[in-house]
Design a binder for this molecule. Sequence first.
Ligand SMILES: C[S@@+](CC[C@H](N)C(=O)[O-])C[C@H]1O[C@@H](n2cnc3c(N)ncnc32)[C@H](O)[C@@H]1O
Length: 220
Amino acid sequence: MKVVTPLKSVNLPGIDDYAAQHTTPDPAAMTALVSETYETLDLPEMLSGPVVARLLQTLVHAIRPQLVVDVGTYSGYSALSMAAALPPGGRIVTCELDAGRAGVARRHIDASPYADRITLATGRALQTLSSLEGPFDFVFIDADKVSYYDYFQAALRKLAPHGLIACDNTLREGEILNPDTDDSGTRAMCAFNDAVVNDPRVSCVLLPVRDGISLIRPVS
Ligand SMILES: C[S@@+](CC[C@H](N)C(=O)[O-])C[C@H]1O[C@@H](n2cnc3c(N)ncnc32)[C@H](O)[C@@H]1O
């Protein structure tokens, strides 16, 4: 058999910037939300950003989901990005524990053309996931990292046969290569990534996009 040298990883210095420069930018309507997030909220780096937003929109556009669950609203960026790509009749439930962040998100959702498609559920995302009626067509997991496996299990239970789960930050800025770290979020992510790749119920691909996005689908 011919020996083929695998392609090298593209995650070289400057590649993320190049990817962002060659990705459709956020619409102007998102400027107010992003500015307010940077000016008034803590941890603005939690915004998933334009590359992830375009990826989510592309998936939503292709899947044409009727029900999307956004686990981790923050200021509403991922929910509003996905809402813009929903098919007619599609809706999003977005989950946020923190009342202050939920308040910012609610204002921006109400001011958007997508208010009728987005329900903001305040409280623990696990409770919201268990209270919602499925099937879920698309689930974006981007809340507290230590609970990813619980979110995954709860989402999978109600996932449509052709549904998809996307999980953000599965590379933890490369820290997953250091599983002995003291950081509980990174240790949980290592355990989560190992559990998912060994789970016979699903097939997954970990994309080294920005901070890592894992796409997980059920197998029959
Ligand atoms: C990384 S941010 C979400 C970013 C957002 N998806 C975006 O793209 O801009 C994570 C959010 O999850 C929220 N969160 C943390 N634990 C939660 C829980 N148990 N239930 C619901 N939300 C939670 C945090 O308050 C935070 O706003």
